[in-house]
Design a binder for this molecule. Sequence first.
Ligand code: WT7
Length: 635
Amino acid sequence: MSYYKIDSLEQYFKHYNKSIREPRKFWGKIAEENFTWYQQWEKVVDFNMAEADVKWFVDAKVNIVKNAIDRHLARRGNKTAIIFEPNNPDEPALHITYNELHQRVCKMANVLRAQGIAKGDRVCIYLPMIPELAVAVLACARIGAIHSVVFAGFSAAALATRINDSDCKMVVTSDGGFRGNKTIGLKSIVDEALQSCPSVKSVLVAKRTNDEISMHADRDIWLQPLLDEASDNNVAEIMDAEDPLFILYTSGSTGKPKGMVHTTAGYMVYTAYTFKNVFNYEENDIFWCTADIGWITGHSYILYGPLLNGATTVMFEGVPSHPDFSRFWEVIEKHRVTHFYTAPTAIRALAKENIDYIQPYPLKSLKVIGSVGEPINEEAWHWYNDHVGGKRCPLVDTWWQTETGGIMISPLAFITPTKPTYASLPLPGIQPVLMDEKRNEIEGNQVTGSLCIKFPWPAIARTIWGNHQRYKDTYFSTFPGKYFTGDGALRDEVGYYRITGRVDDVVIVSGHNLGTAPIEDAINEHPAVAESAIVGFPHDIKGNALYGYIILKETGESRDRNNLANEINMMISHQIGPIAKLDKIQFVNGLPKTRSGKIMRRILRKIAEGDFSNFGDISTLLNPEIVEEIKDGRI
Ligand code: WT7
């Protein structure tokens, strides 16, 4: 019996039970039958949750790119691996076959090695959604270099922090990038960042916009001439199952971003398995995930998951609103897309536009539609189901995180009955539990609590780069021995899960994970600001938006408030990126604080939401009178 593909609901329950009772047999069999290994494992899994130590496929040797590309060449060499759809609809799309991808990745791998990059070195990739991005990621993995992709919307300061945190030796970037009707000067952002990044020895520059840029002698090199000269013969590195594959930064509720480290074999097995089953991908399907490869969704479900299954995956450079709001629908028709995977924030934005943007498109090629990144509200769920899925395509609401590497709770297309706003059931191998405030496990159904996972799964992040203690503290200490997700969830009468949102100081804005503390740090750097507190509040399109309460220093009191608000948003944009800008700013004379000096955010959240009904117990506040004052000044 094979466990790789689930064919019915009954079989799902069978496989699920097997995966819980005998996880070693379950994952061992999947790993053995569906991948090629240089050497088999000694043990399927070895772990100590209290110490946050997890290892899968111990001592096995493997290369993920051999599995994602080379393995398919005999049978699928001429099949399209990647369809590149440019930002400008008038520019022709590219169809890159598995043979061509192999050749391009091998050349790039040889270029990296010739530039002195070896196994274990960190390479920062700061590129727009162009084929070079996919090729650079895969080339790193082929030679065992650890890729750290930084989303090309991040500012120079944010890029520098990430480069320095993991001491990247090289940056791969481009002259610029196209997004809608804007051009972004990526190379000049890299130049600014590198003023404070001593570890970077070289910068490879791809050409995209052909804009004039400055090249620093001894550091910057145009990529294409190197590729033209490079051999396409490349021997892949033999990697240990637990060798790091990549680092990807995610914001924390405090302090600097966390470099989540994913390792090789477990991530490979889990992304391949979840891609196959959640989406029910079949040969000749065309899969389109609209995320950017700068996020985990892009890593796992534009690149690794699809390619490991020999699939055809679409890489889209543009945005849903350019040249108009029909762009997504036009691309689906153009490439006969069968699987469409996007975020609720995009759905809400498109649902708000005139129905004429979507109506002319029959979208008959679609078989499955998916959602990821934040809770999908009932209205958006129905609009997506009716207008995109034609009430015919299963809508898979996939819950997971950067830290989990792959999808954790989700319907399986054509198998699990869907229920609006519910991520539904855990995938095989995933053991969710809900915890109460006293840190006890909540049994039974129709309950809510903090969502934890009590057994390791193959793609769990292994550590935070350079700071295992922080990894342990963040994920394994709130509920000792369990992985704490930071999310709250409800389990309904049949055991379906609905994710209700973050229970910590992380706010999901347009599907982007933002920690409030780093934004406060950025604001507090403004010379007129004394203190600030950021909370999220519900927003029609973004899901959540940011509300800032700001106390000015005496020197700031006389300043024009509008100018100050603009300057503060510019600081945030500069330090983090435009995504973290505040929607509302209220200048206040104080913040509600407990005797121990902790800001009572719960109250600030309620005021931001406009819910003045019940502030709960404010008797522990040092300054309870401030609550009324802030409430009266709400904007
Ligand atoms: C947080 C993780 C995983 C890829 C994209 C985001 C929220 C994610 C869902 C969903 C409700 C969701 C959670 C989670 N989230 N998917 N289907 N329903 N909430 O990755 O940036 O690491 O964010 O996104 O709050 O903890 P991320």
